[in-house]
Design a protein around this ligand. Sequence first.
Ligand code: MG
Length: 388
Amino acid sequence: MVVWKNTTDGVQDNGLTLNGFLFLNTLFIQRGRHETTWTILRRFGYDDALELTDDYLCPLIRVPHDCSTELNHFGYQFLQKIFEKHDKDLDGALSPAELQSCFRVFPYVPWGPELYHTVCTTDKGLLSLHGFLCQWTLVAYLDVHRCLEHLGYLGYPIFSEQDSQVHAITVTREKRTDLEKGQTHRNVFLCKVIGSRGAGKSSFMQAFLGKNLAAQKESLGRQTVYTINTVQVNGQEKYLILQEIDVELEFTKVSDASCDVACLLYDVTDYKSFNFCASIYKQHYMDGQIPCLFVATKSDLPQTSPQRSISPAEFCYKQRLPPPIYFTCNSHGAPNSTVYAKLATAATFPHLNDIDLGAASFWIRVALGATVAAVVGVTLYKAVAKNK
Ligand code: MG
């Protein structure tokens, strides 16, 4: 009766036509009775394989050159719900089994074991909500199409009642415009970590996740190209991505140098490693707009510098760069995170590159205050307009 009422050719000689049969199954699916359709499919010998169509998994998104992609508030809210849904033992972390259950709807495991060296973990080495969101932020920044596909598997459009997963993503405005206006709405920044072999790049990357040298030795494992964490920039939380650069392979084309801040890393015990950074700086960054910071690693060890050469501090002064930041991860507790905050601040306010960031912080607060006032103003206006 239902098929007959709703179709013109669904019923014939008191039986269902092909169209009627398809209509009936569509009805089951629409009313949430998926199990009925699956029962029919299995009865006819199909297995549980399910292929989602490309127009569902890969919705169109336009990312102009010089723009980046970030998860927005809706995206984070959805992912937090997913995390909580799969944290069955309510310990605030996803165990490997809980993570596996989260990915059960994926045709492949999206994140490899390098995950545990890319984001922060709990004391027990499990994936926390913070780490989980960091990893999603990284994927959204590096490969937005992949991110959309993954959100599709998790059913974002259905649960959020949106046309597509694009709803969870914000495409930022062009970096050029940010530079012109002297402010940015971005929340995710990329820092390239550059230095010669043995300068301490990998340790610097892992120290960003709060691991000191002793902890790093314990969790020796896979090399990762990226680490990601949040950093406070003038009271606001920003995501900072560190990318380790293998200079022998990269820096073959101009775009290899592009990022939001360059971290030129040298070993205080090896003057050659400083020379290397200085030459990379001169070759790729000196004439550009990308902020650069020199970081002196292994600062707990005695410094060497040949007598007749220019010292790193003198070099930075002459180039109008901030003085080198001393860093060591050979500490008792978590390594000092000041250097990462400085990198994130330089990335957020690139136009303040060649003046002292400390002295500039007053003006940054003034600018942020103005932004907050503007947002509050618009919200109030909308509320008033709605009530009219
Ligand atoms: Mg758990």
